[in-house]
Design a protein around this ligand. Sequence first.
Ligand code: NI
Length: 267
Amino acid sequence: MIFDTHAHYDDTAFDEDRKEILNSLKTGGIDLVLTVASSLNSTEKVLQLIEEYPFLFGAVGVHPESIDELDETKFVWLQKVIRDRKKKVVAIGEIGLDYYWNISNREIQKQWFSRQLELAKEEDLPVIIHSREAAKDTFDIIQLACKNAEKQGKRLTGVIHCFSYSIEMAREFLKLGFYLGIGGTVTFKNAKKLLEVVEEIPLERIVLETDCPYLAPVPNRGKRNSSLNLPFVAEKIAQLKKVTSKEVMEITKKNGMSLFRIPIELL
Ligand code: NI
């Protein structure tokens, strides 16, 4: 069975058939899904979804693309959601930096990224990091946050979702105790750099993810993605690591459960 550690089932791409898809996951071999928020509105939707489906867990937070909606009042609301969280809210995410799309001011992105990391440390929750064309700033901010946490006897951990950087960067994030999220892009033709990363890093530090509705793996590339496509990703990782795809599924599920501290009694 597979744990999809990064899906967006609140996305409007699932409005037509969300129920059907979610109800078909178990027979498709997917028994655990972390549905990740990207904005305040999406945070509310995630909170509703995890109430409805026992196998769905949630992450709440504001993605760099939506960061302009945050202000002090709204941040207080987010803090409250996280402080009063239900057991099924297991992470803060997705949060981070995106310098690829010219979305919002980099300084503003950095400021709210740090604030959300701080919140994760205070609330002892792992983080789900979105980082695009912003490797150095992302690393510097996370490293500083980890150091500060350590000084206070706390810890900060998480996953670099849809990892797209070099093997050197991967090693640095691993040293901080982070996991790497691997999804459909590992099956793409131009994945050379990522293949190198997956070959080298231990399977014990990889979690499987879809980022659905985006990034469907080959042979479904370009179509709407769902957790049901994850066996293609597991198969590709199995080839690279020279193990069976069953082992990939089992180990990555165990990794995800330990990273997000999924309470066994809720399964
Ligand atoms: Ni995502």
